[in-house]
Design a protein around this ligand. Sequence first.
Ligand SMILES: Nc1ncnc2c1ncn2[C@@H]1O[C@H](COP(=O)(O)OP(=O)(O)O)[C@@H](O)[C@H]1O
Ligand SMILES: [Mg+2]
Length: 290
Amino acid sequence: MSLASTGTKRRAATGALTVRDLTVSFPTATGSVDVVSHLDLDLQPGGALGIVGESGSGKSLTSLAIMGLLPPKATRAGTVMLGTDQLTSMSEAQLRRVRGDRVAMIFQDPLSSLNPYYTVGAQIEEAYRSHRRGVTRRKAHQVAVEAMERVHIKDAARRVDHYPHQFSGGMRQRVMIAMALATEPELLIADEPTTALDVTVQAQILALLQEIRRETGTSLILITHDLAVVSEVTDHIVVMRSGVCVERGPVEAIFSDPQHPYTQGLLDAVPRIDDVIGDLRSLSPTGDHR
Ligand SMILES: Nc1ncnc2c1ncn2[C@@H]1O[C@H](COP(=O)(O)OP(=O)(O)O)[C@@H](O)[C@H]1O
Ligand SMILES: [Mg+2]
């Protein structure tokens, strides 16, 4: 089945994200500390942005701030626009409708996001039905099977009735992606989605994200500490360090001519970049990699 068969019209001109002057702070004994500081992000409809930086640089808090999911102690300043809608002025009830419907997230550890006591199908159906009031169980089940087919889980009609522990780590991440895609979001935010996976499976998941982008037009924010991960999947990169953007630009420019020593350091930590790109090319279903 083609990813393009459903819902592409609604998304055609959507999925744009504009973040301006985003600051996230935590109170400490000695005063407030900014863990994200005056950050601007721009994502075009259907675009893919990589946010890269070492652990603790503020990547996850940036994505949580975008979604309105910061811890209670944190304070946020700045604006977040999804298309023409300002998320930063929405009520919690309005934000709940945006989350999981117009914007979906996937995380590093699919096991902690899946309930071990329910089949994966039941969980995809629940995620779908919570945003599509009044759909029948039969329709939700059909959506779950189709979503699993889209992420290339073989024998989806049978596997939909299996429990999370019956899937490998890579397959569980596919289930999470299937769940995220069921509502046809405008924007998918993936926070370290491949960090827990071995290199081969990592390359397969990245190829899948690339395919989804191409076929659905969903915009993507890919967050990672690993520059190799963003190199083939995103068009633009923002490099973060201690909550501040130190460098931004098209992927090719950052790779060929990094301006900031910190970016150079991240590049030096990517010894197998050519191998990873080679893996992605050989795994790509169409071989189309610009
Ligand atoms: N609940 C919290 N209270 C105080 N500081 C926090 C909290 N959560 C995260 N931080 C701090 O914010 C910084 C950025 O965290 P995070 O966005 O998770 O980084 P990254 O995802 O880039 O690894 C880190 O230095 C972390 O210690
Ligand atoms: Mg993080």
